[in-house]
Design a protein around this ligand. Sequence first.
Ligand code: GTP
Ligand code: MG
Length: 137
Amino acid sequence: TERTLVLIKPDGVKRNLTGAILARIEAKGYTLAELKKMDATRELLEEHYAEHVGKPFYEPLVEFMLSGPIVAAVFEGQRVIEGFRSLAGATEPTTAAPGTIRGDFGRDWGTKVQQNLVHGSDSPESAEREIGIWFGK
Ligand code: GTP
Ligand code: MG
């Protein structure tokens, strides 16, 4: 079955939303395969966000991701990559649809980067690459 990498970003962990977010993913019917709380490092983030290196929001994004612990998880299930991105909602929390994680729990905080609670892989190739980064091969 398909796998995806989910990260609960520092805003989600700080706001004690870890359980609520994981519960929504499990309630949808996806299966938790791996889970850990950890501190990201600049090296891991540079690999993870390789596609964004050099963009104006890259450095604020890295600073944000280093601002506190994160939770990394692997979820499994039929079409889980697409399914989790649907649960997460649009990148911008202000306009993400109500009913989604970002739409229900997030808003714009006026910071340089979208503090949007979660990350989810966007393709099977990204998922395998990102699971390798955070959990090893
Ligand atoms: P992820 O699941 O976190 O990858 O979100 P995404 O796929 O919806 O967004 P994307 O991969 O394009 O960007 C990664 C992260 O960078 C986003 O989740 C935001 O935190 C931040 N980000 C992306 N685009 C912008 C932008 O245009 N402006 C700002 N300020 N932040 C952005
Ligand atoms: Mg992305």
